[in-house]
Design a protein around this ligand. Structure first.
Ligand code: CA
Ligand code: CA
Ligand code: CA
Length: 272
């Protein structure tokens, strides 16, 4: 009867925010060593976004949300005093990415994950208690980029825009014919910092546009012997680049360029 009751309960849940448990018994027995996400749930999971507070009071919830490479996610789950909830992250193929299953009723869970090369993440929350009837609250938090502007002139390292925030986004333009072939953004860094650049560009079909990380002499920096640069092309209009700051480096320059032509770009830079 327990399974039947749980099924009824699941059916009455809000189908716009979660999918129902397909096997309550199996769900209740899972922990981080064997938790899984079926194709059914992958396809049916409710869509939401990071930095949205989610509340649910049933035994199983699955959400999917868009993410970007390099994004730092932290799940913060408030667990009700009379229940034990756990949480896991999956990719779209059902591969487990991260998991937290601290034992105990009312013990809050926190789970951190830095997004690898995926554009969407699935978040599963479950409890051995069926039906739960005790609401948990979950927020997937991530740092929000500060918007900056493409302030001309910023065409050389010496005249680079000095950016003081550690996580920024800018919508910029390049136009070789109007003395705007280059945009330089200067960041203060220290040894061990990881610089993550997510950039996308459009062009007029005749331009060569690239993004690079350089020093004050416009020498492109290298990561593992490879230059940190991306040339945008017809099928490569977005990229993600990372760079780990070595000793004795205190500043780096993110360099957008068009040679020749015009273009617009979106550039997100994060330094941690
Ligand atoms: Ca737990
Ligand atoms: Ca510009
Ligand atoms: Ca410029």
């Amino acid at each position: 009867m327990l399974a039947a009751c749980a099924g009824d309960d699941a059916d009455s849940s809000d189908s716009t925010t979660v999918v129902a448990p397909e096997s309550p018994g199996a769900t209740s027995l899972e922990d981080c060593s064997n938790v899984s996400l079926s194709t059914t749930r992958i396809n049916a999971a409710a869509r939401t976004t990071v930095n949205t507070e989610l509340t649910f009071d049933n035994a199983l919830a699955v959400w999917r949300m868009p993410v970007s490479t390099g994004q730092e996610l932290t799940a913060e789950m408030n667990v009700p005093a009379d229940k034990d909830y756990n949480i896991a992250f999956f990719d779209g193929s059902g591969n487990k990415l991260a998991c937290a299953d601290t034992e105990g009723n009312g013990v809050d869970e926190t789970l951190e994950y830095t997004v690898a090369s995926i554009s969407e993440i699935w978040v599963k929350v479950w409890t051995p208690a069926l039906p739960s009837r005790s609401a948990f609250t979950l927020t997937m938090v991530t740092p929000v980029a500060t918007e900056i502007t493409d302030d001309e002139p910023n065409d050389t390292p010496a005249t680079a825009q000095v950016v003081s925030d550690s996580f920024t986004t800018v919508d910029g333009t390049l136009d070789t014919d109007n003395s705007d072939a280059d945009d330089y953004y200067k960041y203060t860094v220290s040894e061990g910092d990881v610089v993550t650049i997510n950039a996308s560009a459009t062009d007029d079909g005749a331009s060569l546009i690239y993004v690079a990380l350089s020093d004050s002499d416009s020498t492109v920096l290298e990561e593992n012997g490879e230059p940190v640069v991306h040339y945008f092309g017809e099928n490569e209009m977005s990229t993600s680049l990372t760079y780990t700051v070595p000793a004795a480096t205190t500043e780096v320059y993110v360099w957008m360029a068009a040679q020749p032509g015009t273009g617009s770009y979106t550039l997100e830079v994060q330094i941690d």
